[in-house]
Design a protein around this ligand. Structure first.
Ligand code: AP5
Length: 208
């Protein structure tokens, strides 16, 4: 079984959704830079104060902040790890390669209009970071997290104009990582549209 997995793909491709399922079923530690940054913003830490304006506009947070953050987090990990939202630039991927060998880069391919629809209708849990969708993955009780009972919210960067900017930023800065991992022989691309559980079957095959 693969032990160091990078989840790649545009905003809304299902990295969090499939990562959560992998963690629940196989016990991977999931490190999501987006979740860490949102927590830092909520707690008003130095990192949060520096990251907020980039995140609100859909831009990437500067590489040095992210690389320092992840270096520290990765150093404490034992066992299988899922990296969700990191690396997002070639500079971040090079920094990661100095610390860890990536076994598998799992890339989710989804069309832009589907991504916009998904993100504008996403609802997130501020407490346990579970993700829902108003149509395709509704919580059992409206507005309440199934897992921990917290009140769900809409992320500030899930408004349509910001989502479209995030897609541009993805194309310019993160898409080159598809070739980066293809050259290393670790890339597997999965069609990320359709039933969440059927996609998870493909994910399970890829990690074997
Ligand atoms: P981050 O939180 O990482 O956002 P993202 O990459 O844009 O990814 P998302 O969380 O939006 O999408 P996802 O692929 O996880 O999709 P999900 O499973 O939720 O980053 C946010 C910001 O932080 C960045 O913009 C940047 O500013 C900063 N940042 C983070 N990392 C950084 C880094 N390394 N460097 C610099 N800056 C960084 O699914 C989306 C929705 O679709 C949900 O509602 C879900 O229920 C639904 N859904 C999922 N699968 C399906 C399906 N098959 N069919 C229908 N609906 C589905």
């Amino acid at each position: 079984m693969k032990t160091t997995i990078v989840l790649l793909g545009p905003p809304g491709a299902g990295k969090g959704t499939q990562g959560e399922k992998l963690t629940d079923e196989f016990g991977y530690t999931r490190l999501s830079t987006g979740d860490m940054l949102r927590e830092a913003v909520r707690n008003g830490t130095e990192l949060g104060k520096k990251a907020k304006e980039y995140m609100d506009s859909g831009a990437l947070v500067p590489n040095d902040l992210i690389i320092n953050l992840m270096k520290e987090k990765i150093a404490g990990i034992k066992g299988g790890v899922l990296l969700d939202g990191f690396p997002r630039t070639v500079e971040q991927a090079d920094a990661l390669a100095e610390q860890l060998d990536v076994d598998l880069a799992l890339n989710f391919d989804v069309a832009d209009e589907e991504l916009v629809q998904r993100l504008t209708q996403r609802r997130s849990c501020p407490n346990c970071n579970a993700v829902y969708h108003l149509v395709t993955k509704k919580p059992a009780k409206d507005g309440v997290c199934d897992k921990c009972g917290a009140e769900l919210y809409q992320r500030d960067d899930d408004k349509e104009a910001t989502v479209r900017n995030r897609l541009e930023v993805y194309r310019k800065n993160t898409m080159p990582l598809i070739d980066y991992y293809k050259k290393k022989g670790t890339l597997v691309t999965i069609e990320g549209t359709g039933d969440i559980n059927k996609i998870f079957e493909q994910v399970k095959k890829a990690i074997q």
